[in-house]
Design a protein around this ligand. Structure first.
Ligand SMILES: Nc1ncnc2c1ncn2[C@@H]1O[C@H](COP(=O)(O)OP(=O)(O)O)[C@@H](O)[C@H]1O
Ligand SMILES: [Mg+2]
Length: 340
């Protein structure tokens, strides 16, 4: 098949996206597909007629993920053509020539449904959830409303502006942007000073900011493929919480799959993950994040990810491996389901 792996963009998760994209690109090449890897925002300046036949290593000069998220303004400055159009030079033309676009995008404009809606209208096939589920899952406030409505336990929360309830949570508490990912804009705060500075930073990232009760406990994640839960993975950061650095720097976090929890808890968490997937209208694959409280053993659903990380340290590939699905097979499965 002729496949475009789309990565990059203007989200603060663009480096993570490139890391996912590079791994997907090589896996699909290994499986004999004609693959190209391009930046959705920067595009490419070249003759596109025979682009899938070029002998070129598109994954060659991609850097590793840094300790901190990149400064997106620097990326925007690299583009001098029509900045009001999100798609970079030749991106739509090349996607139109492909059989399928494998979305390796993360965060805003990639995971929020806008690219999916555009592709639907243009008749371009892509991997993963469509625009509706993407938009619902990207907004944590909206996802949590749906979780509560359907009886899925989620940490108590309120929106900062307008206050939709009184924030009477004791410290530590969590300040997080509603539409974020990779823990960018997530702060665990211990006093008023940290709270106020977290709010200032969060509001620079997103206009909607949530305050959540802090759940002290063990953290888990459940991948879903085609509505069915994979084995659960436990995530144990060596220092601090599961922040950007602990997510992507190898050796910072211990991951155990299958998680060492009882059979009953396993089945229960997998069922909630499948339910969350369903009520958020997710398709093909996704990953749902949980915390199990140390206090009462209750399982809290944090959020859903519609284009979960596919980087070397990502969770879904590890879960798939436990059921005998290696990385290229996971990519092929996503393709097969998306084409259907
Ligand atoms: N309510 C909470 N209680 C405890 N830890 C939390 C809470 N919310 C988030 N965290 C921590 O922050 C990380 C990122 O939060 P999450 O809501 O999953 O956002 P993201 O979309 O950035 O992954 C979680 O993996 C967890 O380690
Ligand atoms: Mg998360």
């Amino acid at each position: 098949m002729k496949i475009v792996v789309l990565a990059g963009g203007t989200s603060s998760e663009r480096d993570v996206s490139y890391s996912s994209g590079k791994k997907i690109y090589y896996a699909l090449k290994e499986r004999g597909h004609k693959v190209i890897l391009i930046d959705i925002y920067l595009g490419i300046s070249c003759e596109v007629d025979n682009i899938f036949d070029l002998e070129y290593d598109w994954g060659n000069d991609i850097c590793e993920i840094g300790d901190t998220a990149p400064i997106v303004e620097n990326i925007k400055a690299q583009r001098n053509n029509c900045k009001s159009v999100y798609f970079g030079e030749n991106v739509i033309e090349i996607c139109n020539k492909s059989d399928l676009v494998f979305l390796a995008l993360h965060g805003e404009n990639g995971e929020n449904g806008k690219v999916q809606a555009t592709f639907d209208l243009l008749g371009i096939k892509y991997t993963g959830t469509d625009f509706l589920g993407s938009a619902l899952a990207m907004n944590k406030g909206l996802s949590k409303e749906l979780f509560q409505h359907h009886g899925i336990r989620t940490p108590k929360y309120c929106r900062l502006r307008p206050h939709d309830s009184v924030d009477n949570f004791t410290y530590p508490k969590v300040v997080k942007v509603s539409c974020g990912g990779s823990s960018i804009g997530v702060y665990i705060v211990n006093n008023d000073e940290e709270y106020n500075s977290a709010i200032l930073e969060a509001e620079m990232i997103d206009s909607e900011v949530l305050i959540e009760e802090y759940i002290e406990g063990r953290e888990f994640s459940v991948g879903i493929i085609d509505g069915k839960a994979l084995p659960i993975i436990e995530i144990i950061p060596k220092i601090g919480f599961y922040n950007y650095k602990n997510k992507y720097q190898s050796g910072n976090t211990i991951e155990i799959c299958p998680a060492d929890i009882s059979y009953e808890k396993t089945i229960y968490m997998q069922k909630i993950a499948e339910k969350a997937y369903k009520i958020l209208r997710l398709k093909i694959y996704a990953r749902i994040d949980f915390i199990m409280s140390n206090k009462n053993g209750e399982i809290y659903c944090l959020e859903a990810n519609t284009l979960p990380g596919m980087t070397p340290s990502s969770l879904i590939p590890q879960e798939a491996m436990v059921v005998g699905m290696d990385y290229p097979s996971l990519c092929e499965k996503i393709i097969e389901l998306s084409i259907k």
